[in-house]
Design a protein around this ligand. Sequence first.
Ligand SMILES: [Fe+2]
Ligand SMILES: [Fe+2]
Length: 254
Amino acid sequence: METSLNLRPPRSDRSFDDAAAAQMERIIADLGVMYQERNRALREVANAHHEALLRLALAAELRDDDTGVHIIRIGHLAEALALKCGEAPRFAQMLRHAAPMHDVGKIGVPDCVLKKPGTYTQEEREVMKRHPVIGAQILGRSRIPLFQLAAEVAMSHHERWDGTGYPLGLAREAIPISGRIVAVVDFFDALTMDRCYRKAYADDEALSMLAEQSGAAFDPRLVEQLLSNATEFIALRNRITDHPPSLESLAEAA
Ligand SMILES: [Fe+2]
Ligand SMILES: [Fe+2]
């Protein structure tokens, strides 16, 4: 009695070969569709994750900034400064999406410290100094490169060129370029906006305060680029203030 069946016809059976080839084509086409659907689903998850984190950053920002548009401006200004400094366009674009989350860790700083006018006590300063680490912890849980960059920015945007910043006291090129760029544009943009404890500085005043910090708080090469292209940066800042893109569009375009 026959124990195994050989269903495969002889090689010479062309109709079988044609059917097998057609079936293989269908399988490959189905896999292609499945692959596209999987990629679309992954993109949607990443966008939703990005939007949720942007909203968290906005929630942190709205506590001491009425409009929240500062964080959007920081993204665009950081991208522009990165390009002026010869960074790759892809990196600059990622920085536009990552930089708005730089202060998300302020969600962990109480109002009595965050909104305090005047100078901080030593204890209050220590509380405020925790926000880079809190931000990096919130953002750094993802393996997606954009969020890793955002965590790097959150962690390093208060380091200073002269090594006296926080939380790690890194100096010069040991500070990631992402954090050095965001530190410069954050300083300039924050000075030129009204805060709950002071009025906005005029652009000229803010630019000379920035120049004073070249080589102290900030990378001199970056300060030089912002100062020598100040008109362009100010126009960009004003454009974003007048027509800020929505958070949804920011998350989708990443
Ligand atoms: Fe900060
Ligand atoms: Fe900021």
